[in-house]
Design a protein. Structure first.
Length: 175
């Protein structure tokens, strides 16, 4: 039995419109326990790119703010792989008071301790610039956060509904 069969008609209510309901968070919990990681990742990518949700950098900053040190470091290292350490250093220096941290990051790898010092606003700016350099960063970040559905839930019911709509479209081969 496929994961879509297991979820039955629950996801179908999100298939076209992606509208949130009073059960959206519970529905996402259930879907994230059954659906494969690539389906969750594809749905999150769609939510990040949707006109129905805030811009990708804002949503990423929100999730970063709710992440622990290791998750923050992994996200920053993902962004660094696209944008490079010089861009992160520049963003942090422009943020004021982050010069020492920016200098530590020249090695190209962020530790959890360093990541704890980075404000979500800096991640928003970094995400904005990384997305301009390489739009596939949205997919890479989505793949990372697909392993952390509790953090995805912090985006709210509207974003979850769009993500579940994306999950059904991916399964049907629409993107």
């Amino acid at each position: 039995m496929s994961w879509m069969d297991q979820l039955g008609g629950m996801l179908q209510q999100y298939a076209n419109a992606g509208q949130a309901t009073h059960t959206t968070e519970d529905d996402f919990d259930r879907a994230s326990q059954i659906a494969p990681r690539d389906a969750i990742s594809g749905g999150l990518s769609e939510a990040f790119r949707s006109q129905q949700t805030p811009p990708f950098p804002n949503m990423l900053g929100q999730m970063f703010g709710n992440s622990n040190g290791m998750q923050r470091a992994n996200l920053l290292n993902t962004l660094l792989s696209v944008a490079g350490p010089a861009l992160l250093s520049n963003v942090l220096q422009r943020g004021g008071g982050m010069g020492n941290l920016a200098g530590m990051l020249q090695g190209g790898h962020v530790t959890p301790q360093q990541a704890e010092q980075v404000p979500p606003q800096a991640v928003e700016e970094l995400a904005r610039e990384a997305e301009q350099r390489d739009p596939s960063v949205v997919d890479r970040v989505s793949d990372f956060y697909a392993e952390h559905p509790t953090l995805i839930k912090t985006l709210g019911a509207a974003a979850l509904a769009v993500a579940m709509s994306g999950m059904t479209k991916q399964k049907r081969g629409l993107f």
